[in-house]
Design a protein around this ligand. Structure first.
Ligand SMILES: Nc1ncnc2c1ncn2[C@@H]1O[C@H](COP(=O)(O)OP(=O)(O)OP(=O)(O)O)[C@@H](O)[C@H]1O
Ligand SMILES: [Mg+2]
Length: 302
């Protein structure tokens, strides 16, 4: 089986502006692979090249063993694409949106109807076939867009920020659907600026910033190799973080000071022994957000 995506020295330039600055990554069959990064990192620009709707400026890009530059139509037949914005047809019902797509891929009307019914089941919209798109919740629209991307039985599904703007419950439902796709062996490339989403879903990920890949690996490997096990988050009203005891590994954010440690109890004892009593203390395990902060010096989501 050929690899879903192989990108080598991939570049996308818009005029003089370099949106994707020579990135390398490979996705293995069946893998869920994430691109995590803040606004403007180059995620969508990369996604559009993988979707073969934007031509690489330079570098190599192979999708499902085919050349993204020359084999666009053959690649697109085997891809499912969930763009950053839902482009559902608001004139049509939920079921018709799926059926039109199935027709577009050459299914007969009866096949299209059967396919739509199956996909509505998958998207947990089986009770809404005749609803128009507009009254659906954000989560429902997103699930319908995913269902539509599955019409042609894709081997690789591209999801550009699948849960941005959804409430926590809608996100959970959607994540659950993406797990289901994984169980079916469908490879996934997703972008997100939520570190918890990357941690939950991705087998492996790249962290992008300013068009470059700043780190790659599995979520747990990245956390283990880049940061300590635990983080103590302090609010230090009226105290400067410069007054904290020497030797602590700290990051100062706008509202909080983070202290990286493998032993938060000892670290807190040390801080209190120095006479500092924080207004608030939160002890948590390290996350990909800490990895991002360490590697780039700025916050992932502001
Ligand atoms: N068609 C275009 N013409 C000029 N500049 C562009 C174009 N598309 C994207 N860019 C620029 O390229 C950079 C990367 O954009 P891109 O959309 O890939 O980022 P992103 O990581 O998807 O960000 P977001 O999280 O906001 O979706 C941005 O600075 C953006 O303004
Ligand atoms: Mg984007």
């Amino acid at each position: 089986m050929s690899q879903p995506v192989v990108a080598q020295s991939l570049v996308k330039r818009f005029g003089d502006f370099v949106a994707v600055d020579g990135i390398d990554f490979e996705i293995e069959p069946g893998e869920t692979f994430a691109m995590l990064g803040p606004n403007g990192a180059g995620k969508t620009s990369t996604m559009r090249m993988v979707a073969t709707i934007s031509e690489p400026t330079s570098g190599e890009l192979t999708i499902l063993g085919l050349d993204a530059r020359t084999d666009g139509p053959a690649i697109r037949n085997r891809l499912g694409v969930v763009p950053q914005e839902d482009h559902l047809d608001i004139e049509l019902t939920v079921q018709e949106n799926l059926m039109m797509y199935a027709r577009y891929f050459g299914h007969s009307w009866s096949d299209a109807r059967a396919r739509a019914a199956e996909l509505l089941e998958f998207a947990q919209l089986a009770d809404r076939p005749t609803s128009l798109v507009e009254p659906l919740s954000g989560g429902m629209k997103r699930r319908l867009t995913i269902a539509r991307a599955l019409v042609n039985d894709p081997e690789l599904v591209l999801l550009d920020e699948p849960t941005t703007g959804l409430d926590p419950q809608a996100r959970q439902l959607l994540w659950d659907r993406l797990y289901e796709l994984k169980e079916r062996g469908i490879s996934q490339l997703l972008t997100t600026h939520y570190m918890d989403e990357a941690e939950q879903l991705a087998d492996r990920l790249v962290i992008m910033d300013g068009g470059k890949i700043v780190a790659h690996g599995s979520p747990s490997d990245l956390i283990r190799s880049s940061v300590t096990k635990e983080v103590v988050e302090l609010r230090l009203d009226g105290v400067s973080s410069d007054d904290l005891p020497d030797g602590l590994r700290t990051e100062r954010l706008r509202q909080r000071t983070l202290v990286y440690t493998d032993d938060s109890a000892t670290t807190m004892a040390q801080i209190r022994a120095s006479g500092i009593e924080p207004t608030n203390v939160l002890i948590r395990r390290s996350t990909l957000e800490d990895v991002f902060l360490k590697l780039t010096g700025h916050e992932l989501v502001d």
